[in-house]
Design a protein around this ligand. Structure first.
Ligand SMILES: [Zn+2]
Length: 340
């Protein structure tokens, strides 16, 4: 019996040492200590031993059992440690590698210009007002002194949704909506998208952005209009920029004037951008036609108004030297990334 115990102990040692992972370790445990294991088998066989041998053998078996248990436990710990080191090694992060930075967005050049214009006029006491892009014929034409048979309507090729509904061709309808709901004085700018039937080329898009300004007061004069636009042009293109007013015609202003700015490329000397004239056409303006004041219920004998409208794309193109308007809408990141 004691011989068998010795052999069993030697075998168990060999098996435990050979174990390579926790699954094999479990198998070894079952083989020796399990319910049908070898050591358990020995204990069952004790009944056949002579009575005087039983205590000694019993003690030896119990000793061997606890020896095996602690060996198995030690092996288990060693295996766990090994497995932990393995996984640490395979999952190791190299924290000295430079990280991947997410691309950072920035403001579109049109919005840069729009924000600048808004800030300027807000600082002069103007309110920023927005209105619907889908308008009625009344607000887009009729209330702006363009009756149904007016020849100017043919000049504006408009996107009609139905007979009376259209995509606004100017932001002027916002002025009418404001004047209908507010008593003078009025000081607003109306920025937003406008739509005209136009073929896409280097200077035309069927949708573009306008900012219109309107000031109504008891003592508004053409001199105020000139002063205001001078401040605006200098803020956009730098101090000392010459401007000139050319008589023009708009149905909702009288008198009306186109405003030119001294060419910002050649400072008036004449170049390709200004077609050798030294001047760039930049905006339309004028004193609000008394007829428009009447339509919204203002007393034209008491109030005068001045108004102007400017294309935001035109300003952005001149300011940043952009030759093709389509660049502003193609969203090429190589282009947009230059306006940080
Ligand atoms: Zn020029």
């Amino acid at each position: 019996m004691q011989e068998r115990l010795k052999t069993l102990k030697a075998d168990a040692w060999q098996d435990i040492t050979a174990v390579k992972d926790s699954k094999e370790l479990d198998e070894v445990r079952v083989r020796y200590l399990g319910r049908k294991g070898e050591l358990t088998g020995l204990l069952r066989g004790m009944g056949q031993l002579p009575a005087e041998e039983r205590p000694t053998v019993g003690r030896l078996v119990n000793e061997l059992r606890s020896e095996l248990e602690s060996s198995l436990e030690a092996k288990r710990e060693a295996l766990e440690q090994e497995e932990l080191e393995q996984s640490l090694k395979s999952e190791m992060l190299d924290i000295s590698l430079p990280g991947r930075q997410p691309g950072r967005g920035h403001i579109h050049p049109l919005n840069l210009v729009l924000d600048e214009i808004k800030q300027l006029f807000i600082s002069m006491g103007f309110q920023v007002v927005e209105g619907p892009e889908v308008e009625t014929d009344y607000y887009n034409f009729e209330a702006l002194n363009l009756p149904p048979d007016h020849p100017t309507r043919d000049m504006q090729d408009t996107f009609f949704v139905s007979k009376d509904i259209l995509l606004r061709s100017q932001t002027s309808p916002v002025q009418i909506r404001v004047m209908e709901n507010q008593k003078p004085p009025v000081r607003i700018i109306a920025p937003g998208k406008v739509y005209r039937v136009d073929d896409l080329d280097a200077t035309h898009t069927p949708m573009f952005h306008q900012v219109e300004g309107l000031l109504i007061d008891e003592s508004a004069t053409f001199g105020d209009l000139k002063g205001l636009l001078n401040v605006f042009i200098e803020a956009m293109f730098g101090k000392g920029r010459k401007i000139r007013f050319r008589p023009s015609f708009f149905p909702f202003t009288e008198p009306s004037a186109e405003v030119d700015v001294e060419c910002i490329m050649c400072s008036g000397a004449g170049c390709r951008v200004c077609s050798q004239t030294g001047w760039l056409e930049i905006l339309g303006s004028g004193m609000v036609d008394p007829r428009v004041l009447q339509i919204v219920g203002y007393d034209p004998e008491r109030y005068q108004g001045l108004a102007f409208g400017v294309g935001v794309e035109r300003i952005a193109m001149l300011k940043y030297g952009i030759a093709d308007i389509r660049l502003l809408f193609e969203n090429d990141l190589r282009f947009l990334g230059q306006f940080k």
